[in-house]
Ligand binder design. Structure first.
Ligand code: F6R
Length: 615
């Protein structure tokens, strides 16, 4: 939520900032703004409500003097609506000082009152302008020492924040700080960058430094210094970005979502790569960490949204292979009750961004309670893995579209790997050869679903573009996929959709079925369990009898469903735990095609942001 970029170096900064913001726009697109210290030493600023294109148009219409020190921001509104005046940057000290912010400053009301009592007037409704005004005051109190003033300010702020600031009297210097909100440093040659994530600067450098919690950074063209909030120097952790700028480009696709759906075979293959050894799953990052898995009596997987549906698939896999009880908890619910956890609990968090505040707080809470923690994450240098005892990275590459697709597939893949790894360590899996073979076949099978069913599903979506409601049913590992199918449709096509456990239908939801109601049913293979399969076929008959239009996702050759289905989408044969990775693909395509048919922006759906860094 909110994208932040900062630059100091020899080049004019505006294009660098705008390109960085374009790559960060998935984090919020309510407004965008830049501030630049021009070559004459004056600070200029432009900010506009709406998407980045509005700011670009404004700059094209009347230029802002350029210079080589700048900061930029793309906003997901929290305090104050998405207006020009509430957009960032916010200025102070007679407009010589500019501040941008991501997060929520919880004590902003008290600080605002304090500043108003001193005669400060505010232009916006934002918490950020309070931080800017406070910095203006402390800048004067510290004799114009931006770094000391900035330190004083961040020590007074409560809540979650990434803050960047610069002052026109100190060109060539951008300061930043983070608490529970992301910030990474990009190291260039004679230039340096700050960003909410590496996408902000990856086209200029793939050398990065991760900054820890409650740390402050100052960048100049030739130096980077990192301290804690007390001013004591600390070492930032270097890492190389494993993907290049091209990976985060649309590259001829109609949308990032279309590209990311198509990239799923590769995302799954990359997540498996290097983790199979002698026919067993061996995750190198977990080398020497067997203790995480021995002596536990319970696993809790915590996540939000799509990641929580991946977690539900993980529950089935870990229980089956590692023979330990697994609960899945929405992070925001887990954190605010009094869960029974302790040293014998392993809390696994799942997060594409690694920055979701609800999930981060759940991880911190689990650690405080003495639980062992492991994260499954797609983003290097992110906060959640840094706060966990261990991390298993998914290698889906950058996911730009707000609706998660390839990251979801990579998360399920990582959880399957984790289940088999844990099973080996715990002695409950002695021969993984059949499952390993299934894993290795997945990329090809996903590619097959894409090539054989894409046009068919798009046609279906086209026919159904006036539909007002769609239901999704699944059993066993098909249930989380039903939930995911419904979420994808809701978030990008704004159609009412719900996912149900197929067995739950008769306990209430069947009342929703009326003539013509479209229902997707995920049918598990009869080869895995004739019983579960027959139950799902019965569920289909029940809804068909009430007039539902049934669209079945079933394995090739499943003749039992044919008499009862209006449409059949085929997926290749796969083991029970592996089917979700195939069954989800047509549902993603359906949501995308239906949103496209309605003329909607599938990459940037209304009201949403990709990285939810507020609770
Ligand atoms: C839906 C979607 C969200 C995220 C959720 C968690 O398409 O993307 O539901 O899955 O906000 O995000 P991460 O995985 O970054 O923690």
């Amino acid at each position: 939520m909110c994208g932040i970029v900062g630059y100091v170096g020899p080049r004019p900064s505006q294009d660098i900032l705008l390109a960085g913001l374009a790559r960060l726009e998935y984090r919020g697109y309510d407004s965008a703004g830049v501030a630049v210290i021009d070559d004459a030493g004056s600070l200029g600023m432009r900010k506009k409500a709406g998407k980045l294109s509005v700011l670009r148009d404004s700059l094209a219409e009347s230029a802002l003097p350029d210079g080589s020190t700048g900061i930029g921001h793309t906003r997901w509104a929290t305090h104050g609506g998405p207006t020009d005046v509430n957009a960032h940057p916010h200025l102070a000290d007679d407009d010589k000082l500019a501040v941008i912010h991501n997060g929520i400053i919880e004590n902003f009301s008290a600080l605002r009152a304090e500043l108003i009592a001193e005669g400060v007037t505010f232009r916006s409704e934002t918490d950020t302008e309070v931080a800017a005004a406070l910095l203006g005051r402390e800048y004067a109190n510290n004799g114009g020492d931006l770094q000391r003033a900035f330190r004083d300010v961040v020590n007074r702020l409560e809540g979650a924040f990434t803050l960047l600031a610069m002052h026109q009297d100190q060109p060539g210097l951008v300061v930043g700080a983070r608490r529970n909100s992301p910030l990474v440093i990009g190291l260039g040659e004679g230039e340096n960058f700050l960003g909410s994530d590496v996408a902000a600067f990856v086209e200029h450098t793939r050398k990065a430094l991760a900054i820890g919690q409650d740390q402050i950074v100052a960048i100049t063209p030739d130096a980077v210094t990192v301290t804690d909030f007390a001013g004591t120097p600390v070492e930032a952790e270097p890492f190389d970005v494993s993907w290049d700028a091209a990976a985060a480009e649309k590259g001829g696709w109609s949308s990032f979502m279309a590209k990311e759906v198509a990239e799923q075979p590769e995302a799954v293959a990359n997540t498996i790569r290097g983790r199979i050894k002698d026919g067993q799953v061996v995750i190198p990052e977990l080398d020497g960490l067997d203790d995480l898995f021995i002596g536990i009596n319970r696993v809790i997987i915590t996540a939000c949204g799509t990641a929580s549906y991946a977690a539900l698939v993980g529950k089935y896999a870990i229980e089956q292979w590692a023979r330990v009880a697994v609960d899945v908890e929405l992070a925001h619910e887990f954190r605010y009750r009094d869960p029974v956890i302790g040293e014998d609990t392993l809390v696994v968090s799942i997060s594409q961004s690694g920055e979701t505040m609800d999930t981060l707080m759940a991880v911190k809470y689990a650690r405080e309670r003495g639980a062992r923690t492991l994260s499954v994450c797609n983003t290097q240098g992110a906060t959640i893995p840094r706060e966990s005892d261990a991390v298993v990275y998914t290698h889906a590459g950058p996911e730009v579209a707000v609706a998660s697709t390839k990251a979801f597939s990579a998360q399920i893949t990582a959880l399957l790997l984790l289940g088999l790894h844990m099973g080996r360590v715990r002695g409950t899996v002695t021969d993984a050869s059949a499952d390993v073979a299934e894993l290795l076949e997945l990329p090809e099978k996903i590619a097959k679903v894409l090539s054989s069913e894409q046009a068919h599903v798009e046609q279906l979506a086209h026919w159904m573009s006036d539909t007002r409601s769609v239901l999704f049913l699944g059993r066993h590992v098909g249930f989380p996929i039903a939930l995911e199918g419904a979420l994808k449709l809701k978030e990008i096509s704004y159609i009412h959709a719900e996912g149900f456990a197929a067995g739950e239908l008769k306990h209430g939801p069947i009342a929703l079925i009326e003539a013509g109601q479209p229902v997707f049913v995920l049918v598990p293979s009869p080869r895995h369990s004739a019983l579960i399969h027959s139950k799902v076929v019965s569920n289909i008959q029940e809804i068909r009898a009430r007039g539902a239009r049934v669209i079945v996702v079933a394995e090739e050759g499943d003749a039992a469903v044919l008499p009862f289905a209006d449409e059949v989408i085929h997926i290749p044969l796969a083991g029970a735990m592996f089917e979700p990775l195939l069954a989800v693909v047509p549902l993603q395509i359906f949501a995308m095609a239906l949103a496209t048919a309605k003329g909607l922006d599938v990459d940037q759906p209304r009201n949403l942001a990709k990285s939810v860094t507020v609770e």
